[in-house]
Design a binder for this molecule. Sequence first.
Ligand SMILES: O=C[C@H](O)[C@H](O)COP(=O)(O)O
Ligand SMILES: C=C(OP(=O)(O)O)C(=O)O
Ligand SMILES: [Mn+2]
Length: 450
Amino acid sequence: MSVEADPKVLAGLDAWRDLPSRQQPTWPDPVALERATTDLAALPPLVFAGEADVLTAHLAAAGRGEAFLLQGGDCAETFAEATADNIRNKIKTILQMAVVLTYGGSLPVVKMGRMAGQYAKPRSSDDETRDGVTLPAYRGDAVNAHDFTPEAREPDPGRLVEAYNRAAATLNLIRAFTTGGFADLRRVHEWNRGFTANPAYARYEEVAAEIDRAMRFMAACGADFDALRTVEFFASHEALLLDYERSLTRIDSRTGTPYDCSAHFLWIGERTRQLDGAHVDFLSRVRNPIGVKLGPTTSADDALALMDRLNPSDVPGRLTFITRMGAGRIRDALPPLLEKVTASGRPVTWVCDPMHGNTITASSGFKTRRFDDVLDEVRGFFESHRAVGSVPGGLHVELTGDDVTEVLGGSEAIDDEGLARRYETLVDPRLNHQQSLELAFLVAEMIRGS
Ligand SMILES: O=C[C@H](O)[C@H](O)COP(=O)(O)O
Ligand SMILES: C=C(OP(=O)(O)O)C(=O)O
Ligand SMILES: [Mn+2]
C-alpha cells in the first residue's frame, strides 16, 4: 500500500520559488524550461528512497566515529566524459583509496562519488571576458557549453534532460562495476600493490605490505572473500539548480515523504547556504542525507542556525558539515565551530574538503592547488577535532582517475610548467590518480598515528 503525501508538504516543495535564489542561470526561454522540467518530472527516479535511508545510517555512524566517508570526483563532470573509461578510472581510484583508508582507520569506509549528476557550477562571476569579448560564464554542462562562443554559452534548458540521461547512464555503470566483481577486495589490493611498486611511491610500500599481511591473516581465518566482491557506492552532487532538483523529487510510497531522487546525497554550496535562501528551504523539505559546505567566514551561530533549519529533529546522519577553510585558516576557523556545535550535543557529521579553500593561480595562469596545502588542511582538520574531542568523519576531494596535471606537487612533483602538460578540467583542478592514492596513504598514516 502506498502512503499519500500531506498536501501541505507537497505545496512546501515549491516554497523556494518565492525566495532569493543565488547562482541560478538566466534561462532565455521560459517555455523550453517548462518543457524540460515537465519531462524530468515524468522520468523514473535515479535512486530509491530506501538507499538514501541506508546512507543516512552510514553517515550517522561516521558522525560517531564508527565509519569514515570518502567522497570524491570531478569538480564538474562533463557530458563528453561520461564514458566507460573515465567512469571506471574514477571508481577504481576511489575504491583503491577506500581500501587504504579502511586499513588506516580500522573503520568501514562509506564510498561516495561526486558523480552521476555533478553537472552544475556556481561561479564567482556571471560572465567571462577573453580578449575584450564578454560572454556568460560556463555554469556546468547542465546549463551551457564551455566553448567560448555566444551560442555555446547561452543557457539551454534541454541540457537539464541531457544531464538526467548522462547521470542515469553513469549510475548504471557505477552499479554494474560495484556489484559485478570489479570491486573485489583482492583485485583492488592488487592495484594498490602495483601503485607502490613504482619507485616514486616506495615509501607507501610498508602500509601496502601490512595490508597484504592482514589479508593473508583474514584468509587463514577463513574470511569469505567472495562476500567482499561487491561494495555499496553512493552518488552525490551539489544541489544547485533547483528546477532540476525539484523535478526529480518524488514522494516515497513507503512513508509519503519527499526525497530528491536525483542522487543519494545532495549538498548546498558555500555560495548558496543563506538561511533565508531558496537552497536551504528546498533541502530542508526533502528527506535525503544532506550536506552544507562551510567556508572560513562561517560563525558558530551560522552553523547552529543551519542545524535548526535543516535538521530540527536531530536525526543522526541527516546533516553533514563539509568544512573548506584553507590550510592557513583551518586551525583558527574550525575549532570554534566544533566547540559550539559539540556543546549543543546535537548530531552532525564533520567532513573535510581540503580543496576549495586552497585554490591559487599559478604564475603560468592556471587555476591550481598545492598538494601540500591539501594535505596540510587534512592534518589541520584532524588536529582540530582531536583538540576539541569531536569526530573527524570523512574526506571530500576533487579527483579524477586519469593522469592529468592540474594540482602542483605530489611525489611526481608537478610544477608550474608541468601544469600545461595535461590540464583538462573545465572548472577546478583535481588530484590525479597518483596524487589521490598518495593522499589516501598519507591520511592513513595520519589516522594511525593519532
Ligand atoms: O567548484 C567550484 C569553483 O570553486 C566555483 O565554481 C568558483 O569558481 P570560479 O571562481 O572559477 O568561478
Ligand atoms: C563549488 C564547490 O565548492 P564550494 O561550494 O565549497 O565553493 C565545489 O564543491 O565544487
Ligand atoms: Mn570545485
